[in-house]
Design a protein around this ligand. Structure first.
Ligand code: ROI
Length: 160
């Protein structure tokens, strides 16, 4: 069994619902169980500002899928849910990112674990620390400390 943290983000077509839909699909993957899910967080877009605010969340799954197998499964969920690529760093219906996979470190053309930008993003670290207060990112250390050191904040209060 492997323990994997997945980041979820959406800023189109009722983002909160898109996140919940994706969590359901993740829980239905073969040999994969959802262990815990963070609250939903509102955030200002990182990237072009002429796009809607995001909803972000992080979940923990227990899985027998390999990193590559899980990546392909997550891409299929994104596609089935109706994601179409619009522009770089632009709006998205649903984005599913592998953040941490056990304490693995790996880089391929398709996949970098830990996620290369996660330590710079409060909309990733805050929900991560909510469900895993003591979590450490390989080479970088405590997610809680990394969060405290961040200069820029994207998080906003969600009004739903
Ligand atoms: N900005 C926020 N706030 N949340 C995201 O999940 C997110 N995802 C992205 C880009 C477009 C870079 N910006 C984001 O992929």
């Amino acid at each position: 069994m492997h323990y994997v943290y997945i980041g979820l983000g959406s800023n189109l077509s009722d983002p909160g619902q898109q996140i919940l839909l994706a969590l359901n699909s993740i829980n239905e993957l073969p040999n994969t169980d959802l262990v815990s899910t963070s609250s939903l967080y509102g955030s200002k877009p990182l990237g072009p500002q002429d796009q809607p605010d995001f909803v972000n969340s992080v979940c923990l799954v227990k899985t027998e899928l390999s990193p590559q197998g899980l990546l392909e499964a997550l891409k299929k969920i994104e596609k089935d849910q109706g994601r179409v690529k619009k522009r770089l760093w632009g709006e998205r219906l649903i984005d599913l990112d592998i953040l941490l996979y056990d304490d693995m470190e790996m880089t391929t053309e398709e996949l970098t674990i830990p996620h290369s930008q996660m330590h710079l993003r409060d909309f990733v670290l805050k929900p991560l620390v909510e469900i895993a207060p003591a979590i450490k990112i390989p080479k970088l250390g405590s997610a809680e400390q990394l969060l405290a050191q961040l200069a820029d904040g994207y998080l906003i209060t969600l009004n739903s």
